[in-house]
Design a binder for this molecule. Structure first.
Ligand SMILES: [Zn+2]
Ligand SMILES: [Zn+2]
Length: 332
């Protein structure tokens, strides 16, 4: 039996996977629908766009579901492709929206009334050597996500370890950071299944990004999270993108190795006298990127540099002051 056939059988039995369209390169995010005595639960409704709203209208008719049957919307983490439609769907269904307190704080940091991110991120990247031609695109780029996360939902908090009934099973919330602070996965110990959002993805490596005001050591958090999740026996993992997969432990090993290899690559670039974050980013990812991909590349590079410093493998120092501050790196 192929992986997908097996996955489809399991979805019909317990978990319905609904692909919701989103912008390239990912193109779709997995929403999961679980039906049980407690009602219908939707996990990660997707970003708010006209296409995704249309997709939900099709879901109701295709799966003979009424929005009024939905009692809970669970958001694994605050990224727009997962959290964005929660408020819209809450208005439509009257359902409770559940997420972790830390994930909610991150949504506020990005899009809350007092968010400074549209100014803070370009300032941060500038300090790490990003040319003005890129930095000046960031405020509008970030502003563009606001329509994908509006309206904000009224949130009910769930905590690490909390048990929650979905689709006739009891699932426990597991909190991990790294890809997104406060990210929750849900583990069903009886069937050894994990709904894992973007904590672990098959094929692609979840973005680990440094953002001002957020987790100061995101790669360390992610590596710790991989070790934490490795302790669970998982037969089937249901990720936020791509297909359900049955090689969870192996995937964790690959991701640990991937990040160590990238740390070593950055060490070798430092040996070649590259000094600032943007030079390193350009060497790793190139510069033929749109602003969205460049933002991910730059924050991923900085997350690795911060981790090299933490591990005592590199040193960070600054020159200049105020808006002319430059942060540079060298090997220890
Ligand atoms: Zn994400
Ligand atoms: Zn995602």
């Amino acid at each position: 039996m192929t992986q997908m056939t097996e996955a489809r059988l399991r979805e019909q039995e317990l978990i319905l996977l609904v692909p919701i369209p989103m912008a390239p390169p990912l193109r779709s995010v997995n929403s999961y629908i679980l039906r049980g005595d407690e009602g219908v639960t939707i996990i990660d409704p997707g970003p708010r766009t006209p296409e995704s709203e249309e997709q939900w209208r099709e879901v109701w008719s295709q799966h003979s579901l009424s929005p009024r049957e939905v009692t809970r919307i669970i958001v694994t983490h605050h990224h727009p492709d997962h959290y964005g439609l929660a408020g819209w769907l809450q208005e439509l269904t009257g359902a409770a929206v559940l997420m972790s307190p830390r994930a909610f704080a991150e949504a506020e940091l990005m899009w809350g009334a007092n968010s400074q991110m549209e100014a803070a991120l370009p300032e941060w990247f500038r300090q790490h050597g990003m040319p003005e031609s890129w930095c000046e695109q960031l405020p509008l780029h970030l502003y563009g996500f606001r329509s994908q996360v509006t309206p904000a939902p009224k949130v009910t908090f769930i905590q690490e370890g909390e048990a929650i009934s979905m689709g006739g099973r009891v699932w426990h919330a597991i909190e991990t950071a790294g890809h997104a602070p406060g990210h929750l996965s849900f583990y069903d110990a009886s069937d050894k299944r994990l709904i894992c959002g973007d904590a672990i993805l098959p094929q692609i490596s979840p973005n680990i990004g440094f953002l001002p005001g957020s987790d100061p050591q995101p790669l360390r958090s992610f590596l710790d999270s991989l070790v934490k999740l490795r302790a669970y026996e998982v037969e089937w993992a249901y990720p936020g993108h791509r297909h359900p997969f049955d090689y969870f432990a192996e995937r964790i090993s690959q991701l640990l190795q991937h990040h160590e290899e990238r740390l070593q690559r950055i060490e070798s670039l430092l040996r070649q006298q590259l000094h600032n974050g943007f030079e390193m980013c350009a060497a790793l990812f190139g510069t033929e990127l749109g602003i969205h991909q460049m933002r991910f590349a730059m924050s991923e590079t900085l997350a690795h540099l911060v981790e090299l410093v933490r591990q005592g493998r590199a040193r960070e120092y600054t020159t200049g002051s105020g808006p002319h501050t430059n942060t540079l790196y060298q090997l220890k």
